[in-house]
Design a protein around this ligand. Structure first.
Ligand SMILES: Cc1cc2nc3c(=O)[nH]c(=O)nc-3n(C[C@H](O)[C@H](O)[C@H](O)COP(=O)(O)OP(=O)(O)OC[C@H]3O[C@@H](n4cnc5c(N)ncnc54)[C@H](O)[C@@H]3O)c2cc1C
Length: 395
């Protein structure tokens, strides 16, 4: 436990958003490294409910940070299928690419990321739960299970149920909470009875006509070195609808199609906060990143956005120190003008539009007949933002 209690920067949470913020800071302002403290309530490798789907955008950011995903256990997913009741289209993350995306298991991936940050001199203090935040004019006071810490700036990268967020937007709880609902289960491969190809991933939108604004998923993965499937159901919860089936019933129906009984498995749930342009992302001395700020409403894809937020937060912090101005008034503009912010904004828009289409006929036409159009939209507007941002900066 460090005896020091004063830092220039404290980062709440050692998930992808927090560690990415620290790594980007180490890259663009190495003089700050000894002055950064990452506080994490758990201890790596800690459990984290997640499908672990890692899109090429995440790998672009990791490469930019000098990190190679091949160092961490992962699975190459051959094709991503987008179906309605078991039939639809398939695509890969990059046109002509060798795979659709990769899957990682989060305890291993996040522990690897945290170890890389430590290797670059970042102090990551685990078993320290932040319980309160008081942002004053001169500093921010961070109250934790291990005592109090002070910093010039605090980054809230503490996930969907962020404590820092409560200090950034106190009392701003009006309206519908922007939280997607998810259930997840890890099973064996179960190849014998499943209609799914084992190297492929599947998203099935059969739940849409039932008022569940999302899909069921089935990804290949390595669980403790053994082949497994990570399955679940996602409900963006973006419209006020009364579903006529529960998430559990939806997943049970999908399991039955694979010859599995959901009752035999341990179900877990966790929310994802999705991005909304009008949200509050900062306050004087406070910034939000990753799930704490809001990620993808359409698919619930949050790992690459969390890594992307790290770059944006790090730049905002570097500028704050350079100007000695910790108001962070330009942070929303910074997010919205970044290719990540543009992609997240579009995904929220598409989620609102797409999840209003409850007709089974429309869902079936979309996925079974409109494959090339959907693929074009996805590539042009929704993914590939990390490469676009890199090219923008290089030009
Ligand atoms: C079921 C499920 C499936 C998903 N599948 C995918 C997927 O396949 N692909 C994808 O891209 N995204 C997926 N996501 C979303 C993805 O997991 C998140 O968007 C991503 O983890 C966000 O990263 P983060 O660093 O912002 O937050 P987190 O990963 O939640 O990290 C936050 C960290 O902060 C710590 N923390 C929390 N509170 C405190 C506190 N008070 N004090 C100190 N530390 C604290 C936590 O322990 C944690 O380590 C899924 C999410 C769920 C729930």
């Amino acid at each position: 436990m460090p005896s020091q209690r004063n830092y220039r920067i404290i980062i709440a949470g050692a998930g992808p958003a927090g560690i990415s913020t620290a790594l980007h800071l180490a890259q663009i302002a190495p003089e700050l490294i000894p002055h950064i403290l990452v506080l994490e309530k758990a201890r790596h490798p800690r459990p984290k409910l997640c499908g672990g789907g890692l899109l090429p955008d995440a790998e672009v950011i990791l490469r930019h940070l000098g990190l190679d995903i091949n160092e961490a256990p992962h699975t190459d997913v051959d094709w991503a299928h987008f179906d309605f009741e078991g039939k639809g289209m398939r695509m890969r993350g990059e046109k002509g690419g060798r795979f659709a995306f990769r899957t990682i298991r989060r305890p291993e991936f996040d522990a690897w990321l945290a170890a890389r940050a430590r290797a670059r001199g970042i102090l990551v203090q685990e078993d320290t739960c932040i319980t309160g935040v008081l942002a004053g004019e001169e500093e921010v006071l961070v109250i934790t299970s291990q005592g109090e810490y002070r910093a010039a700036a605090l980054v809230g990268a503490d996930g969907s149920n962020s404590v820092v967020r409560q200090a950034v937007a106190p009392g701003k709880r009006r309206g519908k909470p922007r939280l997607a609902r998810l259930l997840e289960v890890v099973t064996g491969p179960g190849a014998e009875l499943s209609p799914h190809l084992q190297p492929d991933s599947y998203f099935d939108f059969f739940v849409a006509p039932h008022g569940i604004q999302g899909y069921t998923w089935d990804f290949p993965a390595l669980e403790k070195g053994k082949p497994a499937r990570v399955r679940g159901v996602y409900d963006s919860n973006i419209h006020d609808l009364e579903p006529d089936m529960t998430l559990r019933e939806a997943l049970a129906q999908e399991f039955a199609r694979h010859g599995l009984d959901l009752a035999d498995y341990r179900l877990e749930s966790h929310p994802i906060r999705w991005f909304e342009t009008g949200d509050t992302f900062s306050a004087p001395r406070l910034l939000l990143a990753g799930d704490a700020a809001g990620v993808d409403a359409l698919f619930g894809e949050g790992i690459s956005p969390a890594l992307g937020y790290g770059a944006i937060a790090a730049e905002a912090i570097r500028e704050a120190f350079a100007r000695d101005d910790f108001s962070f008034t330009g942070y929303r503009r910074r997010i919205l003008s970044h290719e990540l912010g543009k992609a997240l904004r579009r995904r929220t828009w598409f989620a609102r539009f797409f999840y209003s289409l409850r007709s089974p006929v429309i869902q079936s036409i979309l996925w079974r007949r409109c494959g090339p159009l959907i693929e074009w939209i996805v590539r042009k507007w929704l993914i590939g933002w990390a490469g676009r941002e890199e090219r923008k900066r290089a030009s």
